[in-house]
Ligand binder design. Structure first.
Ligand code: KG4
Ligand code: ZN
Length: 340
């Protein structure tokens, strides 16, 4: 009998629902929230209200476009955290109500596990190779930057983390400094294609071990732009592409250097990336070159699976289901996890 899982993701500003049958993706629906653009970042209260409006239609579309009926669903998986509490509460409450009314198990998913397990989502066609355990995962999102040894579907070990800002946050903050819309990563990626990555030099922080730091880089960028603007008030406009290419080059260099160090330290040459920043085209190209040079098996998720989505929650729910890892209706969302 097929195992059909409904996944719900509402940790930030996207309301998402997906259906996975026996590990194969049947539907993956995302309702974004345009409202935040005018504020230059996500406004938690507005996100929570938009999730309330979107959740039922999004789940309805996910079920209908999967070509299944509600009663075929064997379990509902939802993002427990980390994320914005008000936003998480909407997904959690919906999932609990759904599980209770359909009398099916509830599965609480760590959003970060979801990002990593996208590598195991199967599609009806064009299936990519899956990493073998243990593999190294560079998880780079708006809220997290971590190096993780993945030992099994539900077995993760953090070996490096950011001590301040996340890589995605660095992209977003630098983008804001030069007047680009939130989220800044995709815009920087786009403009960087026409720029010179060596035009401006920003400092690579020296952080011990496998940890990362990005807050100094953001300040470095801020002061650099501010000083140049004093000399030329058109500096940002005339240098936008070069600024984007140079900051992207620096952020990606930090990521690649630490990843290379992690491979050397662990001896693991199965290497994957995940999270929103894994969509970055320059990072993907650099990693392809690095992996060819160093003989790694590199796994790049499809760009649609890098940023927040519910397919990643459904696939994690699927492996939790196989392991009979269910949660009670008393479970509450968490804004922050202290371990993976
Ligand atoms: O994983 P995600 O969707 O949400 C979190 O869990 O945080 O990641 C969002 C982050 C944002 O900071 C966004 O700017 C960044 O991913 N991002 C990118 C790109 N696409 C999204 N950063 C660089 N290049 C991109 N193409
Ligand atoms: Zn995420």
């Amino acid at each position: 009998m097929s195992i059909i899982i409904l996944g719900i993701e509402s940790s930030c500003d996207d309301t998402c629902a997906a259906i996975i049958r026996d590990g194969i993706l049947l539907s993956n629906i995302i309702a974004g929230q345009e409202i935040h653009k005018q504020y230059g970042g996500v406004v938690p209260e507005l996100a929570s209200r938009a999730h309330q409006q979107n959740i039922i239609p999004v789940v309805d579309v996910a079920i209908r476009s999967a070509g299944i009926s509600k009663s075929d669903i064997k379990a509902v998986a939802f993002t427990r955290g980390p994320g914005l509490m008000g936003a998480l509460l909407v997904g959690a409450s919906f999932a609990k109500g759904f599980a209770l009314s359909m009398n099916i198990p509830l599965i609480a998913v760590n959003h970060l596990h979801g990002h990593i397990l996208v590598h195991f989502i199967k599609e009806k066609e064009n299936n990519a190779q899956q990493p073998e355990f243990p593999f190294l995962c560079l998880l780079v999102s708006g809220g997290h930057t971590q190096l993780i040894v993945v030992r099994g579907f539900l077995h993760f070990e953090i070996i490096g983390t950011t001590i301040d800002d996340a890589a995605g946050e660095a992209y977003d903050k630098c983008a804001k400094i030069i007047g680009l819309d939130y989220p800044g990563g995709p815009a920087i990626d786009k403009y960087a294609k026409n720029g010179d990555e060596k035009k401006f030099t920003f400092s690579i922080p020296s952080v011990r071990g496998l940890n990362f730091s990005f807050s100094g880089l953001k300040t470095n960028f801020l002061y650099f732009v501010r000083d140049r603007l004093k000399q030329d008030k058109n500096f940002v406009v005339s240098s936008r592409d070069n600024l984007c290419a140079s900051i992207q080059y620096t952020i990606n260099k930090i990521l690649c250097q630490k990843l290379q160090k992690a491979v050397e330290q662990t001896g693991i040459k199965e290497v994957a990336i995940a999270g929103g920043v894994a969509a970055n085209s320059a990072l993907r190209s650099s990693l392809k070159i690095l992996s060819a040079k160093n003989d790694w098996n590199l796994y790049l998720p499809k760009p649609m699976f890098t940023t927040d989505n519910a397919a990643m929650i459904a696939i994690t729910g699927y492996y939790s289901y196989l392991n009979k890892k269910f949660d009670s209706l008393e479970i509450t969302p968490v804004a922050k996890y202290f371990t993976l």
